[in-house]
Design a protein around this ligand. Structure first.
Ligand SMILES: Nc1ncnc2c1ncn2[C@@H]1O[C@H](COP(=O)(O)OP(=O)(O)OP(=O)(O)O)[C@@H](O)[C@H]1O
Ligand SMILES: O=P(O)(O)OC[C@H]1O[C@](O)(CO)[C@@H](O)[C@@H]1O
Ligand SMILES: [Mg+2]
Length: 489
């Protein structure tokens, strides 16, 4: 018998709003327009088909999945890409590129591809790199960028322009933009950087300047909302997996091996989650989104003990922002802020190391503790192949958007299609791991970890405290055969 499915055919009613991406025409009434250089007869670097141009009617929608019983409310974002008409004469463009905040794989690729796209696709001759982040606008000599100069930089980690935290002085930055005759600004950075860029674009609007401000969102933490993922994240996960592999090798070779790997992730546990899932050798993954009990029945230590009994080894991955309530008051510098106003974090990895080791010691159980903190190693590397391609698309989209006259916008893929997104939408929320999503279920499935969350955590709880349930149970550790070639504990 063959099952058949009747094909449904009906109209879907949707309501939509259009994302308010700022545009120079909103405050400059006499904006000239020019044909895109691709359309000029002597265009050499790119031979577009008519379909390569994007119309202002083309949009990317925020949702692609819904239940047929609901009437979805959609948001339409302008689709990224070259427009047939542009609002700058390329020969009159002076572009400035700056990188701010922490390092991220792919920064150099974005710098390279902004330069390449501006030069080859639009014929822009004046491109400058601003050194050491926002403060470089008013305190450093800018460096001219050419295609020759940036040719090989995508093979290197870091940023050839340097970076910094703090130093955002709005008026001095805009004054310097005006004095230097810059009319396109490209800002590469995370949430703080985009906050700064949004006020920069607002100030240019207030002064009625024909200056576009575009941001290319960067962070290995992958906590930028709306877009599918941020560049450098894939590379960071790949590097993080190497640390997990090392931890697994170590714990496999020592009696009762307990390996802790601390990974970046200030407020979001995406790196820890994805690296753990990809490795499949992780027994427990702790992220900032999930509070956890350490001691007592059903707590972390009891689970570690269970792993040691069953397998003689255990790998724990912890995101740096997890369990901060345990370490907040353990160091003098906690609750201090960095130059950008970000809270400094306590070292949860080191804390767990000591807590686990001393608890087992008290019980007379020998454990071989291994602590791996690859922090900067996962973000100071060059981007991998897929991030390189991704960075290229982001940079080119940003240049096309600026030439189209958009400002105060961020670029990024929404369900795989690149779009222009108002900066103000990017900075209002931070993306976190959604615990109702199946990705988190997959992780829990793969590690086998129980739910360590405290049963009744008081609202607004700030710690410090070691949540306590009933006493944990320490049954006798059995001898476990870890299999060839590990030593029997
Ligand atoms: N609210 C804000 N308004 C203006 N500028 C800001 C704001 N927040 C941060 N900045 C500036 O943006 C730059 C980078 O900020 P920050 O150090 O927070 O890094 P980020 O861009 O968030 O990147 P990441 O956190 O991923 O490393 C700094 O120069 C900082 O002064
Ligand atoms: O030590 P730094 O340079 O301040 O950067 C640390 C932070 O930067 C990030 O890499 C990006 O936000 C975080 O994961 C981390 O907490
Ligand atoms: Mg940040």
């Amino acid at each position: 018998m063959t099952a058949t499915h009747d094909q449904e055919s009906c109209h879907i009613s949707v309501s939509y709003t259009t994302a308010p991406v700022p545009h120079l025409s909103h405050f400059l009434s006499e904006l000239e327009s020019f044909p895109h250089p691709f359309l000029l007869e002597n265009a050499t670097s790119y031979r577009p088909l008519n379909t390569n141009f994007i119309s202002e009617q083309d949009a990317v929608i925020n949702r692609i999945v819904w239940n047929k019983s609901e009437t979805p409310k959609l948001i339409l974002y302008p689709r990224a890409g070259p427009r047939e008409r542009i609002v700058f004469a390329p020969k009159k463009v002076k572009a400035a590129i700056v990188t701010c905040g922490g390092l991220c794989p792919g920064l150099n690729t974005v710098i390279r591809e902004l330069t390449e796209c501006l030069s080859y696709q639009y014929g822009v001759a004046d491109i400058f790199g601003v050194l050491q982040g926002y403060r470089g606008f008013y305190s450093k000599e800018w460096i001219p960028l050419t295609t020759e100069k940036v040719d090989n930089i995508h093979k290197m980690g870091g940023t050839v322009l340097g970076s910094s935290r703090g130093g955002f002085d709005l008026n001095r930055i805009v004054d310097s933009i005006v004095q230097n005759g810059v009319n396109q600004v490209y800002v590469i950075g995370g949430d703080g950087t985009v906050r700064g860029a949004a006020t920069l674009s607002e100030e240019c609007r207030r002064r009625k300047l024909q200056v576009t401000v575009a941001s290319i969102p960067k962070t290995i933490d992958n906590d930028i909302p709306i877009i599918d993922k941020s560049f450098g994240f894939d590379t960071a996960v790949q590097e993080a997996s190497k640390a997990i592999d090392a931890a697994h090798t170590e714990v496999s070779c020592f009696p009762n091996g307990v390996g802790i790997v601390k990974l970046m992730g200030r407020n979001s546990g995406f790196i820890a989650l994805h690296a753990s899932l990809s490795s499949r050798e992780v027994d427990c993954c702790l992220i900032p989104e999930v509070p956890f009990v350490i001691h007592g029945r059903g707590g972390l230590i009891e689970y570690i003990h269970k792993c040691l009994i069953e397998r003689g080894k255990m790998v724990l991955v912890v995101a740096e922002g997890a369990g901060q309530e345990y370490v907040r008051n353990h160091h003098d510098w906690i609750d201090q802020l960095d130059a950008s106003g970000n809270k400094k974090l306590g070292d949860i990895g080191h804390f767990l190391y000591q807590e686990i080791e001393s608890t087992f010691k008290k019980q007379g159980i020998e454990v071989s503790m291994k602590y791996i903190d690859p922090t900067y190693m996962i973000r100071a590397v060059a981007s991998n192949a897929s991030d390189n391609i991704y960075c290229t698309l982001l940079a080119h989209s940003a240049v096309h958007g600026s030439f189209a006259g958009y400002t105060g916008f961020t670029v990024g893929p929404i369900h795989g299609r690149h779009a222009y997104i108002p900066m103000t939408e990017i900075v209002t929320a931070q993306k976190q791991v959604d615990l109702r999503d199946r990705m988190w279920s997959r992780l829990v499935n793969s590690t086998g970890q129980p739910d360590f969350s405290p049963r009744d955590i008081p609202k607004g709880f700030q710690g410090p405290c070691i949540y306590s349930r009933e006493e944990e149970s320490f049954e006798t550790t059995k001898t476990v055969d870890k299999g060839f070639p590990g030593e029997t504990p």
